[in-house]
Design a binder for this molecule. Structure first.
Ligand SMILES: N[C@@H](CCC(=O)N[C@@H](CS)C(=O)NCC(=O)O)C(=O)O
Length: 311
């Protein structure tokens, strides 16, 4: 099988979710660092428009969104499972809560007060401004929490996690599941990137102990790579999806072979266009050709993404 190439950057919380799952599953991977803000021409040669972080590449297959990346990693290394039975539905549901409700409350809290200075205090003023403008453009059509509102929500969520930890070392028992990885990464950002705001974590000591256990999992076996290599790999590979479900199931009235456009329902309005080659219960796959990357397949989860006829 082709190497796993993760397109990410060090400070990205969703990337930390995937890095830890790579570590938990003891997978080897190549690291390509991408910019934190637009433009991202090398990433877009692969994705065709999707600009969020991280993206997993395996040969000429490009997997967008960590929910889908988790499914690919589970397929590649089923043990230890991040969706153990019984209760995998519950694990996925709590993961969705972590990636959405917890993430946005935590981010609003992190960037409030002294948090922005933690992040950009040492950088030139243009860097903070460029970041703010980039994220504002991504947030079009989104209601963002204000820091004062987010603080209470974040504290409630931390207490809920603390309650869940009453019965085991991890949120759903003795072992980590996808729920732990998804709930951990926003808190990791608080601790690592906005340390002056991290006192909030001390209100729930059981959560801090759990965070230490999560951090100890590590990132697996990583080798530094670069975008030119990744694009070369895509160009010299044939698309071959690793996603196990392939039966066509769709409600859009768009047959396979249609030219379609896929866009995130919130945060990051950049569409990816291509020929629809799979629409299954759980994901969409588009085929597209890029002058640098050749013919690639770009995969998206269905939850959180909207599909339309192109044009
Ligand atoms: N639902 C997406 C969310 C990814 C996401 O929002 N990532 C942040 C960074 S942690 C992002 O893309 N920020 C803008 C950027 O990196 O360009 C996923 O699970 O992958």
């Amino acid at each position: 099988m082709a190497d796993l190439i993760l397109h990410h950057y060090a400070t990205s919380p969703f990337s930390e979710k995937v890095r830890l799952i790579l570590g938990y599953k003891k997978l080897a991977w190549k690291s390509v660092i991408i910019p934190q803000i637009m433009p991202k021409p090398d990433l877009m040669a692969l994705t065709g428009g999707y600009r969020k972080t991280p993206v997993l590449q395996v040969g000429a297959d490009i997997y967008c969104d960590t929910a889908l990346i988790c499914d690919v990693l589970e397929h590649l290394a089923p043990m230890p499972s991040i969706y153990p039975e019984p209760g995998k539905g519950l694990a996925r549901t709590i993961a969705q809560w972590g990636d959405n409700a917890v993430f946005w409350a935590a981010m609003a809290y992190n960037f409030g007060g002294t948090g922005a200075a933690d992040l950009f205090g040492k950088a030139p003023p243009e860097a903070g401004k460029a970041f703010a403008e980039d994220r504002k453009a991504m947030s079009v059509n989104m209601v963002r929490h204000r820091p004062a509102d987010a603080a209470a929500a974040y504290k409630s969520y931390l207490r809920r996690m603390s309650d869940m930890l009453d019965d085991g070392d991890y949120l759903l028992g003795a072992l980590p599941t996808v729920a732990d990885f998804a709930c951990y990464h926003p808190l990791w950002f608080t601790r690592k990137r906005t340390p002056s705001r991290a006192g909030v974590l001390q209100l729930t000591p059981a959560v801090v102990d759990w965070m230490d256990r999560m951090a100890a999992i590590g990132h697996g076996e990583m080798v530094v790579s670069d975008a030119n290599h990744a694009i070369e790999v895509a160009k010299s590979s044939q698309p071959q999806s690793l996603l196990s479900d392939s039966a066509f199931q769709d409600e859009h009235g768009l047959p396979l072979g249609s030219m379609v456009s896929i866009v995130s329902e919130s945060f990051g309005p950049e569409p990816t266009e291509g020929e629809l080659v799979a629409a299954t219960r759980t994901h969409y796959s588009l085929r597209r050709t890029d002058e640098r990357a050749g013919t690639v397949q770009v995969h998206f989860p269905r939850i959180g993404y909207s599909m339309r006829a192109a044009g």
